[in-house]
Unconditional design. Sequence first.
Length: 219
Amino acid sequence: MVRDNIPENAAVRLSLYLRHLRKMKKDKVISSEELAEFIRTSGARVRKDLSFFGQFGTTGKGYVVGELEDTISKILGLDQVWTVALVGAGKLGMALLEYSGFKESGFHIRIAFDVDQSKIGEKLVGVPVYHPYQMPKEIRQQEINMGLIAVPAEAAQESADLLIISGIRAILNFASATLIVPSYVKLMQVDLTSQLEIMAYFLSHTREEKILTKRPKWR
């Protein structure tokens, strides 16, 4: 039985576990320690993460890869198809439309929205493009579950507002803007510039290491 108040980081790690399980043979048995090595954590952490969702594996033996993969997929809701709306069909939006990994994991971008008149009414990578003001009608008609925002920062909040009034309760924001959403909306931020700035900080404040001459231990 799934417990209440499960840490978000535990759900994030489940996704990482699943990514590695998919690369392995289904009938292989893997220990929590082996699974932990993939994401640089501990076997105890793996066991605790899984314990939030019930009992898995055999004590002293481990987990059958295929069974654990199926279980984690169900926990993450990946045993069903999720429909997605994209707001912003510029260069970043096009990259998202062309990314095959979404569909492979059960996320289908069904519709896109953009203010560019040359794109409205057309199909991009097989996905129809509408004006943002058509969002409430199209999202409800096509029963969209999630929204992706890939617009300039100044248009991000309005895009989020339109998604929310259209009934969307889960948004992944790629715009470099801090959005304000109601508490019942799950908002996740992917700010590539911010991540690069963080890396620049660490590079600027880390002493230069010796050049590697041998195969690194972490590989």
